[in-house]
Design a protein around this ligand. Structure first.
Ligand code: TXA
Ligand code: MG
Length: 332
């Protein structure tokens, strides 16, 4: 696979987007695979490169909160309040789409997803573009999202025209998605901003989509964010030895372990990855560690999850999906 050009100049990246080229760019969450949001041909190419079904909508990235009205036919009060308080930041708002937003971006839906990333290089690129940049995470469909320029190059090669390198992503898991089109705002995907923070801004309840009923955001399948190694998630270090033994019994070797802290008394055959640390750091390095598991050729990896508060909620969500989607798992 030949390599794309990697640059660090956001103005040149913005110019390339305006010319209809595909540019992978950094955000505080994960790297995005960007196309000019008004360019049907470029947006269609994003779907082709990712191998993503055409009815899964893309998030439009904007250079500032003042652009919100331009993209929405009616800005709901909750969306205005959340944007004002939390943009730039790891938060995507679903609002009723403006009439000229193309179907290729929204998957033909009546809503559009918008976000202003909290990343200096991304904002400089977006300011150069002026319009919006439609972008999913810059990975192949169903796989682990990239958090460095090197991840993007390894995944997409020369299928992307240009990679803008802005260093490793600070947050490490994707944005929180809040649907603001209904009576009560609803979180469709937990992410970099937690429910407590959203409710504090709104001074009222926010609903959390529980996973029952039809998928609210296409692409939010159970199986996603998956490495090739089989992933098993546990809550406590005490559970690790039994799970390791069961995986070895199953022929899922070599077995790796990743946890917030160093673990004592592991079987010498087990490959212990460097501890991931407290929840914020756990989130930041998670996707790189899942990729490392594949680079090491692990048959399976046991993950001790962080507690279900703050960013830990988003981390546990991604781990659960990675566990469902691992390639090594027999089809169900
Ligand atoms: O942090 C992020 O959100 C990253 C960075 C690059 O911004 N982007 C990202 O994009 O994670 P993607 O495409 O991998 O995930 C976006 C999710 C998809 O599940 C998509 O279906 C959903 O958001 N989505 C986007 N617009 C939507 C809409 N109008 N209605 C329902 N779901 C929508
Ligand atoms: Mg994605």
């Amino acid at each position: 696979m030949s390599a794309p050009e990697v640059i660090d100049d956001p103005v040149a990246a913005g110019r390339a987007l305006r010319e209809g080229r595909l540019v992978a760019f950094p955000t505080e969450t994960v790297y995005g695979l960007g196309a000019l949001a008004s360019d049907r041909r470029a947006v269609r190419r994003v779907f082709a490169v990712k191998g993503r079904p055409p009815d899964h909508p893309l998030i439009v990235h904007l250079p500032g909160v003042e652009h919100l009205e331009r993209w929405s036919s009616r800005v709901p009060a909750a969306a205005a309040a959340l944007a004002e308080a939390l943009w730039p930041g790891p938060l995507t708002l679903l609002v009723p789409r403006a009439g000229d937003v193309i179907d290729e971006v929204t998957g033909g839906r009546t809503s559009v997803g918008l976000r202003v990333p909290d990343h200096r290089v991304a904002l400089a690129m977006l300011a150069e573009v002026e319009g919006g940049v439609a972008a999913p995470s810059a990975n192949r469909y169903g796989r682990v999202s990239p958090t460095t320029a090197a991840h993007v190059v390894a995944d997409l090669g020369a299928d992307v025209d240009l990679v803008l390198d802005g260093g490793p992503c600070e947050v490490g898991v994707e944005s929180t998605i809040v649907d603001c089109t209904g009576e009560v705002p609803e979180v469709l995907r937990p992410g970099g901003i937690d429910l407590v923070r959203l409710e504090a801004v709104l001074g009222g309840p926010v609903r959390r989509w529980t996973g029952d009923g039809p998928a609210r955001a296409p692409g939010m399948h159970a199986a996603h964010y998956a490495p090739s190694a089989r992933v098993r998630v546990v809550d406590h270090p005490d559970e690790v030895p039994a799970v390791v033994a069961a995986l070895a019994e199953d022929g899922r070797e070599p077995v790796g372990v990743m946890a917030p802290m160093a673990l004592a008394g592991l079987d010498p055959d087990v490959v212990e990855l460097e501890p991931l640390g407290p929840p914020e750091r756990f989130a930041r390095v998670l996707y790189d560690r899942l990729r490392q598991a594949d680079r090491l050729g692990l048959g399976s990896v046991v993950v001790v999850a962080p507690p279900a508060t703050g960013i830990g909620i988003a981390v546990r969500d991604r781990l659960a999906r990675a566990a469902t989607g691992s390639r090594a798992q027999p089809p169900r």
